[in-house]
Design a protein around this ligand. Sequence first.
Ligand SMILES: [Zn+2]
Length: 56
Amino acid sequence: MPQRIVCQKCGNLLYEGQELKPPDEIIQKHDGKCPKCGKKLSYIPIDVEVKPATKS
Ligand SMILES: [Zn+2]
């Protein structure tokens, strides 16, 4: 199955190929942003909420 990475905002194709590449490598190739719309690229969502453990 070919790997395909597109911009989440504008749908611009950033990488397509048979070879599986680490997403951060592709992001780095584009200087961390979409060449078309300029959106900052992040493959893994980093807006994970960290909550303090609650005592039960
Ligand atoms: Zn884009």
